[in-house]
Structures are given as structure tokens and as C-alpha cells.
Write a protein that binds this ligand. Structure first.
Ligand code: CIR
Length: 266
């Protein structure tokens, strides 16, 4: 595949994205930030797609799917490594059918495709790839059975992994709502997770209090995509030498979504 194995920063050439459906506001959310505007969500999605193209990616665009109001959050349906794809079994019943369409795309790009089997559940948002190592969040969506299945699949492919239990970490739906790998052993991390022993060997960029939403930033080749409106974290990223693309995410935030959720990069 396109990622280079011997670099700690992955190189991506493609991404799968899916436009929000007209009933996007009927998706799941734990936020009380109001009802998202569909028009604005479409605009923000278009800007997101343009940013991925600016990073050099070719986009594979799935049409909006009203059967699954959360289907714009494609990241939750698969884990993509340089060597293989792993289809998830999402923790929310209403989202389990989203996987089929993504599998139909991935079969054209991957010769080895695994799948998480029930009773295991797993959402892609809980999986943080850090070079050859994976952090696997155990959350309200990803259960231990799903996490252990993924760890075994990854071990068989030569990757290491460890489980991070976030069930008692307030305010985050998925592990990647609270951490992001920024290459070269650097992690963005919310303060509630900063002392976790799993992150001891990493350089941590801590999210300023009140700016936790921006933790879900995404390294895509030479750029870091970051939510607009978080100036203190933006400064931390710039001082760490990152080139940023700022993106408005207000409508997705209302639906518990972040930047990483809107694409599957490979
Ligand atoms: C959900 O609750 O499943 C969607 N409304 C949001 C999913 C966000 N996905 C992610 O963080 N990877």
C-alpha cells in the first residue's frame, strides 16, 4: 500500500469520505449544542474535502446515505494500516450497517481484509495509530472483546498495541476525541489523559483547558488539520513546527464528530 513502513509519519494518497445525508441531524449525539444546520454541514464538508486534496489526497466519495444519518463519520467503519484493512463492528446498533458500503470500496484496494466479530464491538474513532504501535480505546462503543480481537489481528500483522480504558474519562466519546498522533513520537493529548502510563515515552502537546475539542486533529502528510477557534492549541502546534489547515467544525461537533471521523485515510 501507499504508506511507507519505515517512517514514523505515515504518507497517505487516498481518503474515503461520505457527504452528510439530509437527515444528518437525526444521528446520535451526547452534545447539547443545538441542531446542526444541513447547509452549513455541507459547506464544512466541502472545505474538509478541499483540505484533504490540498494535502495531496485523491478522494473516494461515497454518496450521502439517508438510511444511516451518522454515515458521514466514515472513520468508525474501518481501521486501515499499510498492510491490511480491518472492518469494524460499530458499538451503536444504528451504525452497524454502515460497514458494508465501506467494505465494497476497500476490496478494491486491500488484499487482506479482516472483520471484528460480535459480541466484539469497535469504532474506528477509538483506534489511534502511532507508527507501528496502536492505542486501542475501550469506550462506551468499543468493548474489551472488540479491542482484544483487534489487538490479535494487529499482532498477526506485526504491529504492537495496547488498550486504553476511557470509560471513566469524562467528555470524550472515543479515544481520538482526546488524543491524536502527530508523527515522530508526538501526541496531542487532553489533560485528563496526559498522565496515562501508555503515553510516558511520547512528547506530549497538552490541550489547554477549554480547548479539548481541538485534540481531534489529524496529521495528513505535510499538514495538520485542526478545528478552527482554538487559538492557544493552534499556537502550540505552530511552535512545534506544524503547518496547519484550520477547518470550521461547528456542525459536526454538535453531533459528537471531529475531524478524524470524516475520512478514512490510506
Ligand atoms: C456517533 O455518535 O456515532 C456519531 N454521531 C459521531 C461519531 C464520531 N466519530 C468519531 O469520533 N470517530
Amino acid at each position: 500500500m501507499s504508506n511507507e513502513l519505515n517512517r514514523t509519519k505515515p504518507t497517505f494518497t487516498r481518503a474515503i469520505v461520505c457527504k452528510p445525508a439530509v437527515n444528518f441531524a437525526e444521528g446520535l449525539t451526547t452534545q447539547s449544542l443545538g441542531v446542526p444546520s444541513y447547509e452549513k454541514a455541507l459547506e464544512q464538508h466541502a472545505a474538509y474535502c478541499a483540505a484533504l486534496r490540498q494535502c495531496g489526497l485523491e478522494l473516494i466519495e461515497l454518496p450521502a446515505d439517508v438510511s444511516y444519518p451518522d454515515s458521514t463519520f466514515v472513520e468508525d467503519t474501518a481501521i486501515l494500516t499499510p498492510d491490511c484493512a480491518i472492518l469494524t463492528h460499530p458499538g451503536a446498533l444504528s451504525r452497524q450497517g454502515e460497514v458494508d458500503r465501506v467494505r465494497d470500496v476497500l476490496i478494491h484496494y486491500y488484499s487482506r481484509i479482516y472483520a471484528i466479530q460480535p459480541p466484539g464491538t469497535l469504532d474506528g474513532g477509538d483506534i489511534c495509530e502511532a507508527g507501528r504501535h496502536f492505542f486501542i480505546g475501550v469506550s462506551q462503543r468499543t468493548n474489551e472483546a472488540g479491542a482484544l480481537q483487534l489487538a490479535e489481528i494487529l499482532a498477526g500483522e506485526g504491529y504492537t498495541s495496547e488498550l486504553i480504558d476511557i470509560r471513566r474519562t469524562p467528555g470524550i466519546l472515543h479515544l481520538k476525541s482526546g488524543i491524536a498522533y502527530l508523527g515522530d513520537r508526538q501526541l496531542a493529548v487532553i489533560q485528563a489523559l496526559a498522565n496515562h502510563p501508555a503515553f510516558r515515552e511520547y512528547e506530549l502537546l497538552e490541550l489547554p483547558l477549554g480547548e479539548e475539542y481541538a485534540a481531534n486533529c489529524v496529521l495528513v502528510n505535510e499538514y495538520v488539520l485542526v478545528a478552527a477557534g482554538y487559538p492557544r492549541f493552534q499556537k502550540i502546534l505552530v511552535e512545534a513546527g506544524h503547518r496547519l489547515i484550520l477547518l470550521e467544525m461547528s456542525e459536526y461537533q454538535k453531533m459528537d464528530g471531529g475531524l478524524s471521523c470524516l475520512s478514512l485515510r490510506f
